[in-house]
Ligand binder design. Structure first.
Ligand code: ADP
Length: 283
């Protein structure tokens, strides 16, 4: 053991000298195995990282294939919904509500195609398409998605967005990041009575605009906070452990950082800032 209390792995070898040169003596050697132990650990860590890169690479290819394969049926479904909408509207006022729902379904189908396409681009090339966006409008677009998540899980999702919300962002990617965080937050409070999720937007002037998704679930212990961002890290039986790593990639491609902490409600709080200018996004 070292003076600082660290245990040093050692090997001890004992041998007789050859040819009975000194039969009353044996040779004892003591070797410090610390170095080779550390080298073995480094090799194991490297192997794990390589496996992750390989899996992510395969995921990139899978995303590209999926985007290609799903594009056609999604487009066809959108065209049928469009035709159905026209038929229903022709049937008069009775068809109004059905027509509105068909229209909403069509919007979501088109969004699904766009998400898959952008995800493929992000994984394959890290590309994004920035424009000037109002955060409130990005959130308004997501409201049918949030309503569905909320209805299925019976968890209320409250959104409170400060004005002064003009940012530079890849609209679809930021919406994807928010959806991932909201889904995780809802999963975290699932089955808990009084579970609730909040999405808040706060202006920091020229410094950017901060979005936070928080819940009142069990939270994430400090020691595990770095680990949850690793690809394939999941505690859910059906989870893939990709939501947070994709979300972090999206946030970082906007020049920001995805930060996890404890929410004032007791659960987890994930926040990130969106830039105000293209220069800040590229920083
Ligand atoms: P998945 O949702 O497929 O597990 P993620 O990368 O999105 O993958 O999340 C990784 C893990 O981080 C989750 O399995 C969960 O253990 C933890 N986690 C994420 N968000 C929260 C949250 N809001 N509260 C508690 N734990 C969370």
């Amino acid at each position: 053991m070292k003076a600082n209390g660290d245990v040093v792995p050692m090997t001890l070898q004992a041998a007789l000298l050859p040819d009975q040169a000194a039969p009353e003596h044996i040779v004892v050697s003591l070797a410090d195995q610390g170095e080779s132990e550390a080298a073995r650990k480094r090799a194991r860590d490297l192997q794990t990282q390589l496996e992750q890169v390989w899996r992510l690479n395969s995921l990139g290819q899978m995303a590209a294939t999926l985007a290609h394969e799903l594009n056609q049926p999604l487009t066809a479904a959108a065209v049928y919904l469009h035709a159905g909408h026209a038929d229903v509207v022709r049937s008069g006022p009775l068809g109004d509500s059905a027509g509105r729902n068909l229209d909403l379904a069509k919007t979501q189908i088109l969004r699904a195609g766009e998400i898959i396409r952008r995800m493929r681009d992000l994984i394959a090339t890290g590309s994004r398409s920035f424009s000037r966006e109002h955060v409130q409008s990005m959130i308004d677009d997501l409201s049918p998605v949030f309503s569905l998540i909320s209805r299925d899980s019976d968890v209320p999702i409250r959104c409170e967005i400060d004005a002064d919300d003009l940012v530079v962002a890849d609209r679809v990617q930021v919406q994807q990041a928010l959806t991932n965080l909201v889904r995780n937050a809802v999963d975290a409070v699932g089955g808990q009575s009084g579970g609730a999720v909040a999405v808040t937007g706060r202006s920091f002037g020229v410094e950017g605009y901060e979005l936070t998704v928080e819940d009142n679930g069990p939270g994430i212990p400090e020691a595990e906070r770095a680990h949850v961002f690793q690809p394939m890290a999941t505690t859910k039986s059906g989870g893939m452990g990709l939501g947070l790593s994709v979300t972090r990639a999206i946030v970082e491609s906007h020049g920001g950082q995805l930060i996890v902490g404890r929410s004032a409600q007791g659960g987890a709080a994930f926040s990130f800032r969106l830039p105000r200018t293209l220069e800040a996004a590229a920083a």
